[in-house]
Design a protein around this ligand. Structure first.
Ligand SMILES: [Zn+2]
Length: 236
């Protein structure tokens, strides 16, 4: 008789931390929670679920904003109803000109090319991002472009998070239908399981249920799937 050994059964492996969604969520610092609340509001309002905030080096929130590509209004100074209306753009747009380049931008998804450029021009010293985005991997270093860029202090990039929070950041951004070309690229870049999960959540009528939850409740609801999708859970 041959014993069956599942490659991954969803349970934490040997030596892994035993934890709960509530413990992970409450362990997030204020900026992460603010950014994810913004992302969730983006999802609930029919936008791409990405949120961000800028904080001082001491951790005080200067401005928080979200994706507004599908919105018909926004706070003064933010972009809405445009493909440019990304969360990071709407954070940096509200930061005063001439501010010292010392702020930390915390965002739920790896910044796109546009947002990386916006960050480069803004008063941002460090970017922390939760979810990886293969669409924009490798688009954050402008130093090869010119002598001046090569000589300037680089924006420090911290991410993606290797935990359930990182998986959640990427997953919720895929609630938006990016179209077949982008989906094919993402599938080829290792996101097939995430995209299948999103498809399943939509087909089973779970999306309205999720939208009725607070972001931490949705995180807890999706916890088993988030754990299974963590990079460390994948067979090598
Ligand atoms: Zn962007």
């Amino acid at each position: 008789m041959v014993a069956s050994h599942p490659v991954f059964d969803g349970h934490p492996g040997r030596g892994e931390r035993q934890t709960t969604p509530n413990a992970v969520w409450s362990g997030l610092d204020h900026a992460w929670q603010v950014a994810f609340r913004q992302a969730w509001e983006a999802f609930r309002t029919g936008n791409i679920a990405v949120g961000a905030c800028a904080t001082t080096p001491a951790g005080a929130v200067v401005h928080a904003a979200r994706n507004r590509v599908a919105d018909s209004h926004a706070p003064v100074g933010e972009v809405f109803g445009s493909s440019l209306a990304h969360a990071e753009v709407n954070v940096v747009a509200r930061l005063s000109l001439g501010r010292r380049k010392e702020l930390v931008l915390t965002t739920t998804l790896e910044p796109c090319l546009q947002c990386s450029a916006v960050v480069r021009l803004g008063p941002i010293a460090t970017v922390r991002f939760a979810g990886a985005d293969p669409l924009w991997e490798g688009c954050h270093d402008f130093s090869p472009l010119s002598r001046r860029e090569a000589a300037r202090t680089h924006v420090k990039m911290i991410g993606p998070r290797g935990d359930e929070v990182g998986v959640f950041g990427t997953l919720i951004s895929r609630f938006w239908d990016h179209g077949p070309t982008v989906q094919a690229f993402l599938r080829a870049s290792g996101e097939a399981e995430s995209l299948d999960l999103v498809r399943e959540l939509k087909a089973s009528g779970t999306m309205p249920k999720l939208a009725a939850m607070e972001v931490d409740e949705a995180f807890a609801y999706l916890w088993p799937q988030l754990r299974a999708l963590r990079p460390s859970s994948k067979p090598i």
